[in-house]
Design a protein around this ligand. Structure first.
Ligand code: MD3
Ligand code: FE
Length: 216
């Protein structure tokens, strides 16, 4: 028998429809875990995680950094995409091959075959961190989906509708899960509940989330 997988079976990935245009690919990133963690380490060596201030003056509990041609930032003047990291004054590090391959293949698997992100926001949730209900609408073209990758501790994700008051569904997002949000669900309200304490075997005491975007 030819050894197709180097002695290792590819891990199983399942697909779940969350809403029109929104697909959850459970376990899709598990085989890329090691590459992703190395790439994140290289990014934060150049552009470290930082907690940013909202236009309203609140310090976010989620620490963030970016890679790609543009990065999402917030300060007292507003939310925007910036081609330079305001902390370093330099361009953000590039999107690595392993990041790009994962984002492109997940988008294709979810029915978006021509998605080539130019920005990737990296969120770090320490225990106690949360992200309140919001829409992602700083991107130029809402025809592009957003691809999100969850690593580390599990979190409860809230997914509503196009109005803030719409009822929300809750999903557990686990290490290796990838979700793709496009079409009618692209502008739906969403958020992440307060992260519970724990220790993940390969990531430690945190959750990491990558979101790939067509920003510019
Ligand atoms: C649904 N991040 O960075 S990822 C964000 O887990 C953000 O860190 C969360 O919301 C996190 O903006 C959720 C899932 C996600 C991302 C973007 C979406 C869901 C989305 C855009 C539209 C609809
Ligand atoms: Fe968001």
């Amino acid at each position: 028998m030819t050894d197709l997988f180097g002695g290792q079976e590819p891990r199983q990935s399942t697909r779940e429809k969350m809403a029109e245009g929104a697909v959850l690919l459970r376990g899709f990133a598990l085989d890329s875990e090691a590459d992703l963690l190395v790439a994140i380490g290289a990014i934060v060596a150049v552009s470290p995680f930082r907690k940013m201030v909202t236009p309203g003056g609140f310090l976010m509990s989620v620490a963030m950094t970016n890679c790609g041609r543009a990065g999402w930032v917030t300060d007292r003047t507003g939310y925007r995409y910036d081609t330079t990291d305001p902390e370093t004054g330099k361009p953000w590090p590039p999107i690595s091959e392993s990041f790009m391959a994962l984002a492109v293949s997940a988008a294709a698997e979810a029915g978006y075959p021509a998605f080539y992100p130019d920005a990737c926001l990296i969120n770090r949730y320490d225990p106690g961190a949360r992200l309140s209900l919001h829409q992602d609408k700083n991107e130029r073209d809402f025809c592009n989906p957003i691809v999100s990758v969850s690593l580390g501790l599990p979190a409860t994700f809230q997914f509503g509708g196009s109005q803030r008051g719409d009822p929300v569904a809750k999903y557990g997002l686990h290490h290796g899960d990838v979700a793709v949000w496009g079409g009618p669900s692209r502008l739906f309200y969403h958020g992440v509940l307060t992260l519970k304490d724990g220790e993940h075997p390969s990531v430690g005491r945190m959750r990491l989330n990558l979101t790939f975007r067509g920003a510019l």
